[in-house]
Ligand binder design. Structure first.
Ligand SMILES: [Zn+2]
Ligand SMILES: [Zn+2]
Length: 146
């Protein structure tokens, strides 16, 4: 399935925002990456940008639908939206806060039929399954034994 991925420069231009180096840098740092926290993103910029600028860019990208937030623990992580990444769902570990992207084809048909039942035209969805990853399960069960 070949899908046309929109161009970040095109999105900025069409929304009346200028194409700046910091904006392109933040976008590049998110391409092909797993969801990351603002701190992880800041870390990746290697002091090329200050925190305030990163927050402003992330805020703009969210408004433009370039990125999406996933809740994680008390905070959130960000990743590129379905426009730029293959559509997927998430497994969120409540203990280590690792967010794992997963497929789950069956979900698509389910969402479509559920929306239809409610006379609703769905244009997107986010699915986040919360629980404990294998590593955290193993740690938890071994500490119980102690
Ligand atoms: Zn975990
Ligand atoms: Zn889906």
């Amino acid at each position: 399935m070949s899908t046309h991925k929109p161009d970040i420069k095109e999105i900025l231009r069409q929304s009346g925002n200028s194409i700046t180096k910091p904006r392109l840098l933040i976008f590049d740092l998110l391409v092909g990456q797993e969801p990351m926290t603002m701190y992880q993103l800041y870390d990746k910029t290697k002091n090329q940008l200050d925190r305030a600028s990163i927050y402003r860019i992330v805020d703009l990208f969210e408004k433009l639908g370039v990125i999406q937030r996933i809740s994680s623990g008390w905070g959130y992580k960000i990743e590129l939206s379905d426009k730029f990444a293959e559509h997927h769902h998430h497994l969120t570990c409540l203990s280590c806060h690792r967010v794992t992207p997963i497929a789950g084809e069956e979900m698509e048909a389910f969402v479509t039929s559920l929306s239809k039942q409610h006379s609703f035209r769905a244009i997107g969805h986010q699915v986040e399954i919360q629980g404990y990853c294998n590593d955290c399960e193993a740690t938890a069960s071994s500490s119980v034994r102690v």
